[in-house]
Every structure is written in structure tokens, then in C-alpha cells.
Design a protein around this ligand. Structure first.
Ligand code: SF4
Length: 271
């Protein structure tokens, strides 16, 4: 178990305007993330902006303890059709949320408004808040799942929830009637690059009733390439997978063909 440095902070603003394709505003109730995935793009952005905390990403978290109060005030001036994305730079349902409940408080405040809400998470803790998800007029959960191979999950995101927990999260969200899509993001180069992996991923989604998959590429390779290669070597030693890489176009075609066969809509980022 890693030691996590926790700091409680008070924020002035929570909602931030964004140019992201599926939201006008983002909000992050935490700074930092206890899941500390090896491929996370947030420390890359922090390093580019010369902000602290990129090197030891995953070992510290700041909790915006007044987040529900701030969003209550800010929502008064947000257009009713503005889309809100929760969790663009953190996982709002990381383990600390069990204790602090700030993301739950934020959801509660949002439940008084008709704004479409999208949640990006990989955490089964979200199931705790299914009552509030049901109260939102329009909500989508983008469930992050870069692999359905638990061996790969343990190597590339060892502090994140197990694959089985995320499959169960998917099942229960769909059962509750919550619009749930999978974010195959990032598509792990050298891990998912076989026809068998791609088929297994898509079929797992189809069996659970997922009808939409977003595939995101790792387009910040220059920053994490060396450490990623090291983990990849470890993965190959553990699984005896051949060092075989399908090209981008082959991957795109395979994913699209498998999804079409399974009746799943898929969007593949061009980055
Ligand atoms: S859960 Fe998301 S924000 Fe947190 S470390 Fe992993 S990729 Fe980054």
C-alpha cells in the first residue's frame, strides 16, 4: 500500500470553461489522483506547464473540501444547456472520495439543474451515488477501461480498481438505466495490439450490453515512452506475449470490424 499525501484545500472556482468536444465546462473535485496510472496524461500536462507534482504523480492528492458550496454558487450563472464533464484531470471517485464525499456533494448540487453531465471514472465507488445519478436529467458515465486483461491492469495501473470491479460497475449502471459507455483509453500499444485482444475486449463489452466505445490513442508518447517500454517488457515477461505491434490502420480496421459485428458504435480518436 502506498502512502498518500493528502491536503485539504478551499477552491475559488470549480467550473472551468473547456474546448473539449463533449462539454462546455469541466470540474475536478480533487487535484492529483491516488490511482496514479502509469500512462496518465495529467502529469504530462503539469510538466509542460511547469507545475509541481508531475514527478511524484499518484502519491499526493489535494481535496477541494468546499467543492459542493462553490458549484452551488457557480451553477447560478451557467446556461441550462451547458454540458458539464466531471473528472477530466482526476478520478472524482478515487478512494479518498469514500471519506470526503465531495464528488457526491457536487452531484447533489447538479441534480437541481437540467444540464447534461458526463462522468469520466474507473471507480466502482460511483455505485454509492447511483441514487443521485438517477436524479440527473441527462447523465453519461464514460467508464475508463484500457484493458480487460487483469495481468495488464496490474502492471500498467496497479493502484486502480480491478477489471472485475469495473465490469460489475458497468453491469449495475446499465441495469439502473444509466447511459454508460466505455473509454478504451488509452489503447495500450503493444498490449492490445493483437486481433485476439481486440476481439476479447469488444466481446466483453457486448456481453455486458455496452453499446458505445470510445478509443483514445496515447499521443504523448514522447513523455512516457521510456517508462512505458519498461512496463511493456515486464508485461511480456509475465505473459509471454510476442513483441508484435499492429499498425494504426490495422488496429482501426480490426476495432471497427469487431464493433460492427457486435452492434457497438465506436469512435476512434484521430490523435
Ligand atoms: S484515474 Fe485517470 S486521472 Fe487518475 S491517474 Fe489514472 S488516468 Fe490519471
Amino acid at each position: 500500500m502506498r502512502r498518500l499525501q493528502i491536503q485539504e484545500i478551499r477552491c475559488k472556482h470549480l467550473l472551468h470553461r473547456t474546448g473539449a468536444p463533449f462539454a462546455e465546462f469541466t470540474l475536478n473535485p480533487y487535484v492529483g489522483c491516488g490511482f496514479g496510472c502509469s500512462y496518465c496524461y495529467v502529469p504530462v500536462l503539469r510538466a509542460q506547464r511547469r507545475q509541481d507534482g508531475a514527478e511524484d504523480w499518484g502519491s499526493w492528492v489535494q481535496v477541494k473540501v468546499n467543492a459542493p458550496d462553490v458549484v452551488r454558487r457557480e451553477m447560478l450563472s451557467v446556461p441550462r444547456d451547458a454540458r458539464i464533464l466531471i473528472g477530466s484531470a482526476t478520478d472524482a471517485w478515487q478512494p479518498l472520495e469514500k471519506r470526503y464525499r465531495v464528488s457526491r456533494g457536487v452531484l447533489y448540487e447538479l441534480s437541481f439543474y437540467p444540464n447534461p453531465v458526463t462522468i469520466l471514472t474507473r471507480s466502482p465507488l460511483l455505485l454509492r451515488d447511483i441514487d443521485l445519478l438517477r436524479r440527473l436529467v441527462r447523465v453519461t458515465v464514460h467508464l475508463s477501461l484500457p484493458t480487460v486483461d487483469e495481468r495488464a491492469r496490474r502492471i500498467f495501473e496497479p493502484h486502480a480498481p480491478a477489471v472485475a470491479g469495473r465490469l460489475e460497475l458497468t453491469r449495475r449502471l446499465l441495469q439502473a438505466g444509466i447511459h454508460t459507455t466505455w473509454a478504451w483509453c488509452p489503447f495500450l500499444p503493444g498490449v492490445e495490439n493483437t486481433a485476439e485482444h481486440i476481439r476479447q475486449y469488444v466481446q466483453t463489452a457486448a456481453q455486458l450490453g455496452v453499446r458505445e466505445i470510445w478509443v483514445g490513442r496515447m499521443n504523448y508518447w514522447g513523455f512516457i515512452g521510456a517508462s512505458y517500454q519498461q512496463l511493456l517488457r515486464h508485461y511480456r515477461e509475465q505473459t509471454r506475449q510476442p513483441a508484435r505491434w499492429l499498425g494504426r490502420e490495422q488496429v482501426r480496421q480490426l476495432v471497427q470490424a469487431e464493433c460492427a459485428q457486435a452492434g457497438i458504435a465506436c469512435r476512434i480518436s484521430s490523435g
